[in-house]
Design a protein around this ligand. Structure first.
Ligand code: UT7
Length: 332
């Protein structure tokens, strides 16, 4: 019997219109374009300004973009996963609402949360459903409205994050293309270094938590940076080693876009030339669950059937991992 692998067969994306540049941030907090550019690589990020619109707004747009490009009837979709750290609301899944709004009426749906590794973990989850033979079409959307949890008076975090979403479709493949290997890890000792203190079951929302600004992201940037550099580099090198891949064999590194310096360190450790590294952090900042599919979307036309891609991410929790995937189609 032929082994079923799980291949990506379509990509879609959506970024909101409003552009928050470094120059605009200079008028909001004590920062400057030079600092942000040299320390992070970010020049601008997108913000969803539309009143009453949450993460599902981004997810629906990205999914519809994919459906249109692929000319796919949403009724054929079996499962919709929304990877997100900023669901529309704490209870009532963003994925369920998204699935209904895109017309995926034969699908079941759920959210998946692993901070900046949400999409990477989602790839593993989506692929497993395909590999098991249970489902034929799994739509994975990575979407985050980070502006809803950012304190725009905190210069150490507000310069980093942006809003955006990307979507990919996983389908069975009998040519051996698609997900080849994965290496996923987590460490709960890291949770205090990147978190939102209130609004969960430990510290429910109250007048006090609002007054103390405990509903926005706080990050010990230096510590997270240190872990992100070493973990992303280590696992990317390991997944190459485990699969006997040399730097020549790798066509693309698809790294989480948290900081250009983390991306560069990962590429250096893998021995991969910068021309093979997907980078769009300068335009979108860190969109959390959106970074990996937004990279695929922006580079889709350059991808060729059979290309070896290494995905790598690190995020709050801590969570991190790498995935080795063979690209399954030529987009031209
Ligand atoms: O995606 C989830 C995972 N997250 C990450 O991977 C993020 C990892 N961390 C980082 O990317 C970096 O740590 C940051 C970009 C957040 C910060 O960069 P850094 O080079 O680690 O800066 P720092 O926190 O060590 O701060 C250096 C200096 C400090 O001033 P002093 O104490 O040296 O006088 C900060 O107060 O830079 C100051 N600073 C700023 N200056 C201008 C911090 N933020 C800013 C700012 N503009 N926006």
């Amino acid at each position: 019997m032929t082994k079923i692998t799980a291949a990506i067969t379509a990509v879609g994306a959506y970024i909101p219109e409003y552009v928050l540049t470094n120059k605009i941030l200079e008028t909001m907090v004590d920062t400057n374009d030079e600092w942000i550019t040299t320390r992070t690589g970010i020049k601008e990020r997108r913000i969803l300004k539309k009143e009453g619109a949450g993460t599902s707004y981004l997810a629906i747009k990205a999914a519809k973009n994919l459906l249109a490009k692929k000319n796919l009837d949403p009724k054929e979709i079996d499962l919709v996963i929304v990877a997100t750290a900023t669901p529309d609301m704490p209870v009532a899944s963003t994925a369920v609402y998204t699935a209904t709004k895109i017309g995926a009426t034969n699908a079941f749906a759920f959210d998946l949360q692993a901070a900046c590794s949400s999409f990477l973990y989602g790839m593993s989850t989506a692929a497993s459903y395909i590999q098991s033979g249970r489902y034929k079409k799994v739509l994975l959307i990575g979407a985050d409205k980070m502006s809803s949890i950012v304190d725009y008076t905190d210069r150490s975090t507000c310069i980093i994050f942006g809003d955006g979403a990307g979507a990919i479709l996983f389908e069975p493949n009998e040519e051996g293309l698609g997900l080849q290997d994965e290496y996923l890890r987590s460490d709960g000792n890291g949770r205090d270094f990147l978190k939102i203190d209130a609004g969960g079951s430990i510290l429910p929302a109250s007048e006090e938590t609002v007054k103390n600004k405990q509903h926005t992201v706080i990050q010990d940037g230096k510590t997270v940076f240190k872990f992100a550099v070493s973990k992303m580099a280590d696992i990317s090198a390991k997944i190459m080693e485990d699969n006997n891949l040399t730097n020549e064999d790798v066509q693309w590194l698809v790294p989480h876009q948290a900081n250009k310096r983390i991306i560069d360190a990962t590429a250096r450790r893998m021995g991969v030339d910068e021309s093979k590294v997907m980078v769009n952090i300068q335009r979108y900042g860190n969109t959390t669950s959106g970074t990996l599919p937004l990279c695929l979307h922006d580079y889709e036309k350059q991808l060729k059937k059979g290309d070896n891609l290494i995905f790598a991410a690190f995020g709050g929790g801590f969570t991190w991992g790498a995935i080795y995937l063979k690209w399954a189609y030529n987009s031209n």
